[in-house]
Design a protein around this ligand. Structure first.
Ligand code: NAD
Length: 508
């Protein structure tokens, strides 16, 4: 890509005041098609002026939108849901073109986001207050839930539609105005969603997209107008966001990285386990915060399980997520060349530390897409648990096997990790599963379910370094996060106590 080419490339804009807003910052970042390695556009990186414009527009949007009745807000939400459902294929193609995941997987993330939109459509029953009559003579106490104002959402590259939709449907339903700062690696999905809100009837300014990097994030963190921050991304940045937003007096929820283990007891159905491991380890090329990256095999099942997984890996088709001649592969590329190289280095580390590389995805190439950021499915056996490839998040299609002697040894390994996002146990023993759900120090637990992402009316979030702050995403936590409660204590004299001559109503 020459400098001349760059100047002729489209620049992906912001969305401010209900319309695309071209950037004048002079700063951009390249957006790639990871399947071909080509730069397809540049994305704007906001400067101070654009950050201020976006926040001011959201402030105005909040004044208008929070004045809408609940019924009118519901109409907009239902319209958004209908538009999203009928046009989701357009969005899926946009996601695949910038992220690389296969189209059916992109559709899957949209459907999981749509679940939250559907939950948010019923917001009146979820944010209505409570009323206690006659707490004292003539005194009633009741509570209201009101929106916060302008709220910030900062999202990662791996779910450019679903992760923002974990938050914004509920934030908007509750009457807030949203400023979304999407990942600069795949920024177009956010713009498409903004245009959809406009079509659904959301007033200008109530949904803003601020494209950018750290400068845009810091602008949101430091703005006195922004009341809350919802962040999803890697743990070091989640911790930074949590600390900085708290220091600036904001409500904050910051979801971080993960290292999810699947514990397989000897009585489990090993074919079912192998299918689950393939899906949860290699789906979306392992770039999921709920991907399974470690399989703890309680002996004597490891050898048999490895054979079953190796055989299934051999059948996986890796290629352009958009499909070729109508045939969709099982797995697409990674997000960038730099990330592919990082994943490769983790496999080098594991091997140097003594792991057995059963299937090696390093140097993987797709014919006809030699410049794409592909990495083949990789299976590591006997990875030492003090290797950085075991303790750190790899975020790629690398599944590691650790052989353990007992349930207790497996549980202790899971509980000793720095993360606590998701985990799963595979067994036919209900008593063992019941012990596991009680003893494991992880926020989301699957029992014979490899990726236990809760449905929209339960909340999503991990423990330990996978979530900073008190509130999880969506569900009841989401409605609590995006509203603040006001308690009112009211005393009214009974009209009979005053009499009609003192201005009271004669009730006869
Ligand atoms: P990331 O932390 O690099 O980026 C996330 C967001 O933060 C982006 O919008 C980015 O622009 C911004 N950002 C990056 N560096 C920053 C800095 N120094 N200061 C301020 N802002 C900064 O994460 P990513 O690579 O986009 O996403 C992958 C990570 O997200 C993985 O660790 C994955 O586990 C995690 N993730 C977690 C969950 C969850 O629910 N816990 C869900 C999805 C992804």
């Amino acid at each position: 890509m020459s400098a001349a080419d760059q100047t002729t490339q489209p620049v992906i804009p912001h969305w401010i005041d209900g319309a695309e807003h071209a950037s004048t910052s002079g700063r951009t970042s390249p957006v790639f098609n990871p399947a071909t390695g080509e730069v397809t556009a540049q994305v704007a990186l906001a400067d101070e002026n654009e950050i201020a414009l976006a926040i001011a527009s959201a402030e105005r949007g909040f004044q208008v939108w929070s004045g809408y009745s609940a019924a009118k807000r519901q109409t907009v939400l239902f319209a958004f849901r209908e538009l999203l459902n009928s046009r989701k294929h357009e969005l899926a193609e946009i996601i695949t073109a910038e992220h690389g995941k296969v189209v059916s997987d992109a559709l899957g993330e949209i459907l999981r986001g749509q679940e939250v939109v559907e939950l948010a459509c019923g917001f009146p029953s979820l944010i209505k207050g409570a009323y206690s009559e006659s707490v004292s003579t003539g005194v009633d106490v009741y509570s209201l839930k009101q929106p916060l104002g302008v709220v910030g959402i900062i999202s990662p590259f791996n779910f450019p539609a679903m992760v923002p939709m974990w938050f914004f449907p509920i934030a908007i339903a509750a009457g807030n105005a949203v400023v979304l700062k999407p990942s600069e690696k795949d920024p177009s999905a956010a713009l498409w969603l903004a245009a959809l809100w406009k079509e659904a009837g959301l007033p200008d300014g109530a949904f803003t997209v601020l494209q950018g990097d750290k400068a845009a994030v810091d602008g949101l963190l430091e703005s006195p107008v922004v009341e809350s921050i919802s962040f999803v991304g890697s743990t070091p940045i989640a911790q930074y966001i949590y600390e900085s937003a708290s220091r600036h007096g904001k409500r904050v929820q910051a979801l971080g990285g993960a290292k999810n283990h699947m514990l397989v007891l000897p009585d489990a159905d090993l074919d079912g386990v192998a299918d689950a491991a393939i899906n949860a380890g290699f789906g979306a090329a392992g770039e999921r915060c709920m991907a399974v990256s470690v399989l703890l095999a309680v002996e004597p099942v490891a050898d048999e399980l490895i054979e079953k997984i190796r055989e299934r890996i051999g059948r996986l088709h890796v290629g352009n997520g958009a499909g070729v001649d109508g045939v969709e592969p099982d797995m697409g590329p990674l997000i960038s060349a730099a990330h592919r190289d990082k994943v490769s280095q983790y496999v080098d580390i594991a091997e140097a530390d003594g792991a057995n590389v059963v299937v090696d995805g390093r140097g993987f190439c797709v014919e006809g897409s030699e410049d794409g950021f592909f990495f083949g499915p990789t299976l590591l056996d006997r990875i030492p648990t003090d290797s950085r490839a075991y303790t750190e998040e790899i975020f790629g299609p690398v599944l590691s096997i650790v052989r353990v002697a007992s349930y207790d040894e497996g549980l202790a390994l899971i509980n000793s990790g720095q993360f606590g996002n998701g985990t799963a146990i595979f067994t036919n023993d209900g008593g063992a599963a019941r012990r596991f759900q009680h003893e494991v120090q992880v926020g989301m637990v699957g029992i014979n379910v490899p990726i236990p992402v809760p449905v929209a009316y339960h909340s999503f979030g991990g423990w330990k370094k996978s979530l900073f702050g008190d509130a999880k995403a969506y569900g009841v936590h989401g409605f609590d996060f995006f509203t603040r409660e006001k308690a009112i204590t009211a005393r009214w004299l009974d009209p009979a106590a005053r009499g009609s001559e003192q201005g009271g109503i004669n009730l006869g």
